[in-house]
Design a binder for this molecule. Structure first.
Ligand code: G3P
Ligand code: MG
Length: 237
């Protein structure tokens, strides 16, 4: 294997194997453990963009109800684990301070893209560059809207299976990457994507053997709850 080829370690929801997911602690831990990019999930609450995976609060916090129905001052008071709170997108940008790249996954639609674009517009050129962001979503129309409003920021089409028209979707989006579930990441698909100028990243890969196998299959990186394992797999070659 060509060990000089870049293989990106993407901390999933920060470093969710080590700290409560999508919190500042998790994101900081991911950076400390060697992630070159940190992935986190963003959605709208009533008056802010917040970093949380589920549309409801119960699984990851001591709150109840739908994130989209709450105001940020209410959400800010909840415990998201280990005394951490639900961060806003702006807080994450402040914490990271352009030390690593960020994969912002849009979880909600209906205006999330426009709001994220507005926040990123405010920091690009002010410590951050466009290439330090990768915006992704399973909601491809929302992602398309993002690309229309901030074309210079790279986007990744998130797919869960492999739709028949994945290549057409990626092309229409003007995507730079295809983020797909690890179980569908085979060498043939990767070669096809590379032929179309797309990077391929697979989620969510936690076993060292699987990390090594995907690297050997030609992938450009993996999302992991344990960024330290990816860093170790790369260093071990
Ligand atoms: O962005 C990769 C991965 O995070 C997508 O799935 O459900 O973990 O957000 P999920
Ligand atoms: Mg995600």
């Amino acid at each position: 294997m060509d060990s000089s080829r870049e293989f990106l370690c993407i901390g999933h929801r920060g470093a969710r194997g080590h700290a409560p997911e999508n919190t500042l602690l998790s994101i900081d831990t991911g950076i400390r453990l060697g992630a070159g990019m940190i992935e986190f999930d963003v959605q709208r609450c009533v008056d802010e963009l917040v970093v949380i995976h589920d549309l409801r609060l119960e699984r990851t916090t001591n709150g109840q109800g739908r994130v989209g129905h709450a105001r940020y001052d209410e959400l800010r008071r909840l415990d998201a684990g280990s005394g951490q709170h639900i961060p806003s997108l702006r807080e994450v940008l402040d914490l990271v301070g352009a030390r690593v790249a960020l994969n912002i996954e849009l979880k909600s639609a209906d205006g999330t893209a426009a709001q994220v674009a507005q926040v990123l517009r405010g920091v690009i050129g002010d410590g951050w560059s466009t290439e330090q962001f990768l915006v992704s979503s399973f909601h491809l129309p929302e992602l398309y809207e993002f690309k229309q409003s901030l074309p210079e920021v790279p986007v990744a089409a998130l797919v869960c299976g492999v739709p028949l028209d994945w290549a057409a979707c990626a092309t229409e989006l003007g995507a730079q990457a295809l983020n797909l579930s690890a179980e569908f990441a085979d060498a043939r698909l990767v070669a096809d994507a590379h032929g179309r100028g797309l990077k391929v990243y697979a989620y969510t890969v936690n076993h060292p053997e699987d990390i090594a196998a995907l690297r050997a299959a030609g992938l450009d990186g993996v999302f992991s709850d344990y960024p330290d394992r990816v860093a170790k797999a790369i260093a071990g070659e």
